[in-house]
Ligand binder design. Structure first.
Ligand SMILES: Cc1cc2nc3c(=O)[nH]c(=O)nc-3n(C[C@H](O)[C@H](O)[C@H](O)COP(=O)(O)OP(=O)(O)OC[C@H]3O[C@@H](n4cnc5c(N)ncnc54)[C@H](O)[C@@H]3O)c2cc1C
Length: 300
């Protein structure tokens, strides 16, 4: 039986593996898609302490290499169910099943996409889902924020400080985020608002140049250097609902201790309820979850 089974090989899961291996535990990390998680989509990371600039893929490669060197096992497989047993857990996957003494859920979350053709190709080339991550690349440029909730408004506030112009594009008739944030944006000369407007097309070959909009049936083209899509996040936690309670938004309902109400189950990274979803916060969780899991196994 493996000591710790980790679900998800993003920054949180891989950091958990690193800490658990260094504490002398046997570790298996199960990843359904890409070793490194969502950060592999980022062409440039400039806000991880100690690393001035690196692509997300390079960051992921280095972390994976570091974890493998410590002795962690990794498998490409999708976890479908976790069954608690008297002396551990059976983790069922698409292809097989594994047994472990403790489990760390580091399943992340995905930014909800617009679902437009070529959206994936333009990520990092004008399409972003995170102003904190990518806003600096658009200083002195024109951008649009797609969405109307609190996240969209916060992204717009941040972008309005460095971008030439920010256009808010909201499909509903009103913005649903906090009135205070909206008022702050209304006072800015470089922010404009479009309501009842849907993005129909991303225009540009290698990089985004404009977006085609539909406002109450009237089409228009808005030239932009970048768009920030803030229409929600999709946590990947549904298969584990029976194991750990989820918030109304679908996140694991735990604090930064990363300990859950279920003995032997820990959570880490973007999959848990938290205010800031970044590599720094994911890796911090990974360390906390791994050390908590080690203490659990050692009976402390
Ligand atoms: C385009 C983009 C740019 C970004 N830029 C930055 C940046 O510059 N700086 C920064 O700090 N942050 C950035 N972020 C955010 C950062 O990537 C995330 O905060 C971080 O990756 C969260 O790590 P995580 O390990 O919690 O989750 P994730 O990275 O989401 O990893 C979770 C992993 O779990 C896997 N998984 C989920 N369910 C299962 C299952 N059932 N079975 C097996 N595997 C499963 C997923 O496939 C995924 O690989 C960016 C995000 C994106 C999308």
């Amino acid at each position: 039986m493996t000591d710790i089974l980790i679900i998800g090989a993003g920054p949180a899961g891989l950091t958990a593996a690193l800490y658990a291996c260094r504490a002398g535990k046997s570790v298996l990390v199960l990843e359904r898609e890409t070793f490194g998680g969502q950060i592999t989509y980022s062409p440039k990371v400039e806000n991880y302490p100690g690393i001035a600039q690196m692509s997300g893929s390079e960051f992921a490669d280095r972390l994976l290499e570091q974890v493998l060197a410590q002795g962690a096992q990794v498998e490409l497989d999708t976890v479908t169910q976790i069954v608690p047993e008297s002396n551990g857990f059976t983790v069922k996957t698409e292809f097989t099943e594994y047994r472990g003494k403790a489990v760390i859920l580091a399943t992340g979350s995905e930014h909800r996409r617009l679902g437009l053709p070529r959206e994936d190709d333009l990520v990092g080339e004008g399409v972003s889902y995170c102003a904190v991550c990518d806003g600096a690349f658009y200083a002195g440029k024109d951008v649009a924020v797609i969405g109307g909730g609190n996240t969209a408004l916060q992204e717009a506030v941040l972008l309005s400080e460095s971008c030439t112009h920010v256009t808010m594009v909201q499909n509903l008739a009103v913005f649903t985020g906090e009135e205070k944030l909206l008022e702050l944006l209304r006072q800015k000369d470089n922010v404009s608002f479009l309501t009842e407007t849907t993005v129909m097309e991303l225009i540009g070959t290698d990089t985004l140049q404009a977006i085609r909009l539909d406002t109450r049936g009237v089409e228009s083209v808005l030239p932009v250097d970048g768009i920030f899509v803030a229409i929600g996040q999709v946590p990947q936690n549904e298969p584990f609902r029976a194991l750990v309670p989820l918030t109304a938004q679908g996140y694991f309902d735990t604090d930064e201790s990363c300990v859950t109400g279920r003995s032997g189950v820990f959570v880490a990274g973007d999959c848990r309820a938290k205010g800031v979803r970044q590599i720094t916060t994911a890796t911090a969780d990974g360390a906390a979850a791994a050390l908590a899991a080690c203490r659990y196994i050692d009976g402390r």
